[in-house]
Write a protein that binds this ligand. Structure first.
Ligand SMILES: NC(=O)c1ccc[n+]([C@@H]2O[C@H](COP(=O)([O-])OP(=O)(O)OC[C@H]3O[C@@H](n4cnc5c(N)ncnc54)[C@H](O)[C@@H]3O)[C@@H](O)[C@H]2O)c1
Length: 432
């Protein structure tokens, strides 16, 4: 089948590469010329495990085509996925200008019947809005299907190839049948396609994000309680997660959630609630808890070193919002680094893949180095923010000898308190 993807970011590129890998001829459109230039030469504009070989091979085989020409993209295929960004506006609502701009351009370039699939995370009613914008500009037959994406950065290729579910929202039976065929190769073991109305599909995406974020904030509150009452949040987490009604995922206490989805999707959900006078108190609390949680590591540093940190030097391990990605959007590391800088400290930081992004964000305000040990020399303490595997079993003796004061602030509870205290460290974890 011929397929077009508009928006070649994390979601669009993964979708395009995975659909090309199952034999489709996929044209990926983006208005960012740098991105398209990189992709045409087989280079990825971001880090995503397993994506590079898929892009390289399908580009070589002619099943993946990159262009900045949207009308060429529209004419290329009967199925067009919209995967453009939907960031937050200052008032919290989702900014649909990229979706609307693309919908208008699709309408203007239609050359035959099409199925338009909204993969971007969009508020309830957007499928209808897209339909109206296209319909105003064409007399060709078309359907709009809401198809929210649930992939996780860092495991996006796997999640696209083996989804827990694929949600199709809309009432055009022919369009749904066509998408069933397109998703067929990923449903071989079991059909996990759920068909519903567009509004429910659109809301399911926000509800999923909110549920997962709720678990994280819930666990962070329990961790705070653990610290006060002398319980261990890791034991509590295991005890909780062992209950099959609860399950163990998204229950890790830490420095709060970030990324391009949870904060933005929760804000958009709150805005949606306000606009229809439904007070989403749980979601508001989840957000509030997270805001506090993102400051927890800096507060720990202050409790050890005092309120003002002038003349102090701190090393930060991990800048991406989670392991497996170089995405730093809303990363808790931003709060940690900015919090330390604002209190007068010097910050040196490292990350296995996010240093380029960090350079764009911090400029020369932070010393950035790929060598995790070099940044420790003479530093007052080490803060662990992103739990990359390579940080799990570091050379603690070397760390201790390099630090001026051997102090560890473990924002993800990956180190063993007894072990590191035995080596002479002062250790702070989250609820442990
Ligand atoms: N990143 C994730 O993990 C994830 C997961 C699920 C859903 N989503 C949702 O998917 C959507 C895309 O997210 P992303 O992280 O891939 O965003 P992104 O910012 O990485 O990519 C969006 C791309 O769209 C391009 N674009 C914007 N307007 C355009 C236009 N008019 N024509 C052509 N290209 C245009 C941008 O240049 C950019 O490359 C968002 O709505 C997001 O909420 C993201």
């Amino acid at each position: 089948m011929r397929v077009t993807i508009i928006g070649t970011g994390y979601v669009g590129l993964v979708t395009g590469a995975c659909l090309a890998a199952t034999g489709n001829v996929v044209m990926c459109v983006d208005k960012d010329l740098n991105k398209i230039g990189l992709l045409k030469s087989g280079k990825l504009p971001f880090h995503e495990p397993g994506l590079a070989p898929l892009v390289e091979q399908n580009l070589r085989d002619g099943r993946l085509i990159f262009t900045d020409d949207l009308s060429l993209g529209v004419r290329h295929a009967p199925v067009i996925f919209l995967a453009v960004g939907t960031p937050s506006r200052p008032n919290g609502e989702a900014d649909l200008s990229a979706v609307e701009e693309a919908a208008r351009a699709i309408g203007a370039s239609m050359d035959g019947p099409k199925v338009i699939v909204t993969k971007s995370t969009v508020p309830v009613g957007t499928a209808g809005r897209v339909k109206a914008l296209i319909g105003d500009r064409t007399s060709h037959r078309f359907a709009v299907i809401a198809n929210p994406e649930f992939l996780k950065e860092g495991a996006a290729v796997h999640d696209f190839m083996s989804p827990d579910r694929v949600i199709l929202g809309g009432d055009d039976a022919e369009a749904i049948a066509l998408l069933r065929v397109l998703y067929g190769p990923f449903m071989r073991r079991e059909d996990r396609i759920l068909v519903m109305d567009a509004a429910s599909a659109e809301l399911t995406k926000y509800a999923s994000a909110a549920m997962l974020a709720t678990r994280i904030s819930f666990m962070n509150e329990i961790a705070a309680l653990c610290e006060r009452v002398g319980a261990n949040a890791e034991h509590v987490r295991h005890g909780l997660g062992a209950d099959s009604r609860i399950g163990s995922s998204f229950l890790f206490p830490g420095t709060g959630f970030g990324g391009s989805c949870f904060p933005k999707d929760l804000t958009a959900l709150l805005h949606l609630g306000e606009s229809c006078e439904v007070d989403l108190r749980t979601i508001r609390a989840v957000f509030e808890v997270n805001r506090t949680q993102k400051r927890v590591l800096v507060r720990r540093v202050q409790s050890e070193f005092g309120e003002y940190l002038d003349g102090r030097v701190f090393a930060v391990w991990g800048l991406a919002f989670k392991p497996g990605t170089d995405d730093m959007r809303e990363s808790p590391a931003l709060d940690v680094v900015e919090g330390l800088l604002a209190r007068g400290a010097e910050v040196r930081a490292t990350d296995p893949v996010a240093l380029e992004r960090a350079r764009e964000l911090f400029g020369t305000r932070v010393v950035l180095d790929r060598d995790s040990y070099r940044i420790l020399e003479g530093a007052d303490g080490l803060l662990l923010v992103t739990e990359w595997n390579e940080y799990r079993f570091p050379d603690f003796e070397r760390i201790r000898d390099l630090l001026r004061k051997p102090t560890l602030f473990d924002g993800r509870n990956i180190w063993n308190r007894r072990l590191v205290e035995g080596l002479g460290f002062t250790y702070y974890g989250i609820g442990v």
